[in-house]
Ligand binder design. Structure first.
Ligand code: F6R
Length: 614
């Protein structure tokens, strides 16, 4: 989603800000802009629709070279349009009426129309359709020479969500930043400070980071960070060490982040699993869950919440919890959960699944579940993310930064961690040590299984070439293969723009089969798990109507493979683990189809990596 960078330090602010924006490109955006204080203390702004490269060219054409090497302070933004089209006027930073205050903003100001009308009556002129420009003017309206107080006064009037950075010509020694519902991290460097909506931006400067909490406002100078609440009461936020490694955010010789991350999965999964399996007691060690055996035995239900790919991981989790822990388990779309007034009590174990840990609906679902007294924990990848911090207890994936918008290694790591959670819960209830050991061994084998699928990259690329011209595709599966079908279809549609739908194979007859006609591709996830034979029958129904079948089958299952026009064989394993190798085959398939179609794989149109607005 939108990205923020602010820099105050030695020099070269424009270069540093542009580099920072490039780091944020993966989040998805459609325009960008930058505001700098020049030598004369004047605010200079450049904005551009389209890519950062266009912004860079424009800045280089409009600004003197000296500005690039000497200016010590500035703020910048990548915008993902919400209010108004992605035009130059709508791009951030926005200025107040005087032109002396610049502001960049992530989030949505819900009451901006009322505020805009009020400000217009007071003589303010607006040049964009955005809610952000209203906020810039509001800050200007309150400004009496102290930008911190003006920001606090303005934010008191605002309904909605924000992560902001503000710069004022009359106070060039500071950037003001604040958050409510939209992340802000401050890098504490040596004679320089850097503010960003995504901690990966800070890595080039420092490993020392402060995460703001909701309603924190910080006065950021090059050698100090002073954090207060909206009422000017000082608050204490700890400096944490960033655990990321700068090289993890580079492509490392791969053409795209997505294919790099697909190939990183054996390592990511090893990191997710390492030290968490106990082969003596046949269980998992997940101290972050913070549960005693008694608490585990008393739980009545597992409710997972998430969106998109994380929701699909939760669907796999349902099977694992029910089978291993004999507990009712369900996954709910987080936006649906938060608004349906869910029935919860203290015996409900709510697990928020989110790679970014910032998804607005998942965060709201967490707050709703906490409000209702449920036992809430998170399963996040991004360390220090809002959901991880607000839940207080949880398990990190340790999959490393996921830069590609299309999630891959987060999904497989989520599944691995959910299996371990189910194992731990099961052992606290009725699961025997022997059965627990069997599951622990199957989980431990996951990285190797994924490596085996990755060796088929070239074969999958060849297959992709056969399907690249299709404009529709159906993915079908049953049981544990149903979430895999959903996830496979999601991967294909989001990066190749092929219309792909995932269905439960049994649902075909209830409607979708009407769409099956000669030549339509059906990707059938028919690995050898309970229910496979029924899927094979559904495949026959599709074949009878002329569909071309690409099957995902278990290695050695020649009978199943014989029913397919094409197939990818994945290694045989415990049925609960099967979704992982099966989905990796579909990730590779989607990647190669999109690549052959020449799509912008890492930044698909209209999509954002972290959806921090509803
Ligand atoms: C798809 C994808 C999205 C995310 C969804 C939730 O490839 O990445 O569907 O899974 O936006 O994001 P997180 O997991 O960060 O809450």
């Amino acid at each position: 989603m939108c990205g923020i960078v602010g820099y105050i330090g030695k020099a070269e602010a424009p270069n540093i800000l542009i580099k920072g924006l490039r780091r944020l490109e993966y989040r998805g955006y459609d325009s960008a802009g930058i505001a700098i204080l020049d030598e004369a203390g004047k605010m200079v702004v450049v904005k551009s629709p389209g890519k950062i490269s266009a912004l860079n060219e424009k800045a280089r054409a409009e600004w003197p070279d000296a500005l690039f090497t000497q200016a010590p302070t500035g703020i910048a933004h990548t915008r993902w349009a919400t209010h108004g089209e992605p035009t130059e006027n709508n791009a951030h930073p926005h200025l107040d009426e005087s032109g002396e205050i610049a502001l960049v903003h992530n989030g949505i100001i819900d009451n901006y129309l009322a505020l805009r009308a009020r400000l217009k009556d007071k003589g303010h002129h607006f040049h964009s359709e955005t809610d952000t420009e209203v906020l810039a003017h509001l800050v200007g309206e309150f400004y009496k020479g102290d930008i911190f107080h003006a920001v606090c006064d303005a934010l008191h009037q605002v309904e909605g969500t924000f992560g902001i950075c503000v710069l004022a010509t009359r106070e060039p020694d500071r950037i003001i930043t604040a958050r409510r519902g939209s992340p802000i991290a401050i890098g504490v460097g040596d004679g320089e400070s850097i503010v960003a909506s995504d901690a990966s931006v800070l890595l080039a400067h420092t490993q020392r980071v402060i995460y703001l909490d909701d309603n924190d406002v910080a006065i950021v100078k090059k050698d100090s960070v002073d954090i207060r609440d909206l009422d000017n009461i000082p608050v204490n936020r700890k400096i944490a060490e960033l655990e990321m490694d700068a090289s993890a955010a580079e492509k490392g010789g791969f053409e795209h982040f997505m294919i790099k991350e697909i190939h990183e999965q054996p390592e990511a999964l090893s990191n997710a699993i390492r030290g968490r399996l106990d082969f003596t007691h046949g269980t998992a060690v997940l101290s972050g869950m913070g549960t005693s055996p008694r608490e585990l035995s008393e739980l009545g239900r597992v409710v997972m919440v998430g969106c998109g790919t994380s929701l699909h991981a939760g669907l796999v989790g349902e099977y694992a919890f029910e089978e291993l822990a004999d507990i009712h388990a369900e996954v709910q779309q987080a936006a649906e959960f938060r608004y349906r007034n869910p029935i919860l009590d203290r015996r409900d174990f709510v697990v928020a699944i989110s790679q970014s840990g910032e998804t607005a609906d998942t965060l709201a679902a967490v707050r709703e579940a906490q409000q209702k007294g449920a036992f809430v924990m998170s399963l996040c990848n991004v360390v220090g993310s809002t959901i991880a911090r607000e839940t207080g207890r949880g398990v990190y994936l340790h999959a490393g930064p996921e830069i590609s918008v299309a999630s891959t290694k987060a999904f497989t790591s989520q599944v691995a961690v959910l299996l371990m959670m189910a194992l731990k819960l099961g052992r606290g209830r009725r699961l025997s040590r022997e059965h627990g050991l069997e599951i622990a061994k199957a989980i431990a084998s996951i990285p190797k299984l994924v490596t085996q699928v990755l060796t088929q990259n070239a074969h999958i690329e060849e297959l992709a070439a056969k399907y690249v011209k299709d404009e529709h595709a159906f993915y079908i599966g049953r049981g544990l293969m149903y979430p895999v079908a959903l996830e496979g279809a999601l991967k294909l549609k989001e990066i190749s723009y092929i219309h792909a739908e995932g269905y439960h194979a049994a649902e075909l007859k209830h409607g979708p089969i009407a769409l099956i006609s000669k030549g339509i591709p059906v990707i059938a996830v028919a690995c050898d798990i309970p229910g496979k034979d029924k899927t094979l029958s559904n495949i026959e129904e599709c074949r009878a109507r002329g569909a071309r079948i690409l099957g995902i089958v278990t290695e050695g299952d020649t009978a199943a493979a014989a029913r397919m026009d094409d197939f990818i064989a994945v290694p045989s394993t415990h049925h609960l683990v099967t979704p992982v190798p099966a989905v990796v085959a579909l990730q590779l398939f989607a990647y190669h189809v999109a690549r052959l179609r020449g799509k912008e794989i890492d930044q698909p149109r209209n999509l954002a990596k972290s959806v921090t607005v509803e």
